[in-house]
Design a protein around this ligand. Structure first.
Ligand SMILES: CC(C)(COP(=O)(O)OP(=O)(O)OC[C@H]1O[C@@H](n2cnc3c(N)ncnc32)[C@H](O)[C@@H]1OP(=O)(O)O)[C@@H](O)C(=O)NCCC(=O)NCCS
Length: 275
């Protein structure tokens, strides 16, 4: 098997989309890549196409690895091998190449997320030296009517996005997952931000119910019920089902469980390799 790598920057978006589609065929969560969606995550997640690679085996494109960068950290944002080339050692041959390229760039920490039940990928990454740092959880909650939100009841009004992003950047905790990092927010123009008291949270568009993107309480007002109040308000105000993607560090689990959410059907491991 003759393996070559090609910079993803030399590929058209269409080529990358086709390869991602095939690389994630039969994936545990159905993924549909399109130009708008890929362009959006390239910007929001800081995916660097120049550092991302297409694997070419015996002349055909057999897989792709998208690399995001926030020096000195980088992230394996997506890795997929086309179905007919899986299980033949390609992933294993590609990993050292990715790690060497990261070292050559001067990146000192390599992170990735993997769905906990994705045994092939988990084995591949552990075999390459990545270790599990923590779990990233998702949550969901059914619509509720009539939560008692006292004299502050009413439908929250959307905030100016620039103000909200500034607030979030100022008050967010450090060491969030890559996709929860406030740096992801500035380029996303389809989020709606809401403020209740000293808490600011945001919602993303979703086909089913509402996707809660994140929630940040002012640093001086923590542990005073502000976050819970925000959740009660928006749940009462909007009255639909809620989902939170599996990108939330496990230290926030109690907060969601105490506020009427339950764990979503799958979770991820955040894995890290330090040099
Ligand atoms: C995960 C994926 C990238 C692995 O690539 P691959 O080329 O098939 O993997 P390899 O043949 O190089 O296998 C390397 C190691 O991965 C693990 N692995 C691969 N397939 C496996 C399977 N079916 N079951 C268990 N472990 C498996 C093993 O540890 C293997 O090493 P070993 O053969 O010495 O035991 C590939 O299966 C894929 O594209 N899956 C769909 C997309 C996906 O899940 N991407 C990861 C998202 S985080």
């Amino acid at each position: 098997m003759q393996l070559e790598t090609r910079s993803a920057a030399e590929c058209s978006l269409d080529e990358l989309i086709a390869l991602l589609q095939r690389g994630f065929e039969d994936y545990m969560v159905p993924l549909a890549f399109d130009e708008a969606g890929l362009s959006k995550i390239i910007v929001a997640d800081d995916i660097d196409l120049g550092s991302s690679v297409v694997f070419v085996v015996d002349g055909f494109s057999a897989g792709v690895a998208l690399i995001a960068r926030r020096p000195p950290r980088c992230r394996l944002a997506a890795m997929g091998v086309v179905k007919r080339a899986r299980g033949q050692g390609l992933g294993k041959r590609v990993m050292p190449h990715l790690l060497q390229a990261a070292a050559d760039r001067g990146d000192t920490e390599f992170v990735l997320e993997v769905i906990a039940s994705n045994t092939p990928a988990l084995n591949l990454y552990e075999g390459a030296g990545f270790v599990r740092k923590r779990s990233l959880l998702g949550f969901e909650a059914p619509a509720v009517k009539g939560i008692d939100v006292g004299d502050t009841a009413g439908i929250p009004q959307p905030l100016d996005a620039d103000w909200a992003v500034d607030f979030v950047q100022q008050h967010a905790d450090p060491d969030l997952s890559w996709q929860l990092d406030p740096r992801n927010l500035s380029s996303l123009d389809d989020l709606s931000y809401f403020r209740v008291g000293e808490a600011v949270g945001w919602m993303a568009p979703s086909e089913h119910g509402a996707l809660l993107g994140g929630l940040v309480v002012h640093r001086d007002h923590r542990r005073q019920g502000e976050g819970s109040r925000w959740l009660d308000w928006v749940r009462a105000g909007f009255g639909h089902d809620w989902k939170v993607r599996a990108i939330v560090p496990d230290r926030y689990e109690d907060f969601f469980l105490r506020n009427g959410f339950k764990r979503g059907p799958l979770f991820q491991y955040e894995m890290v390799l330090q040099s």
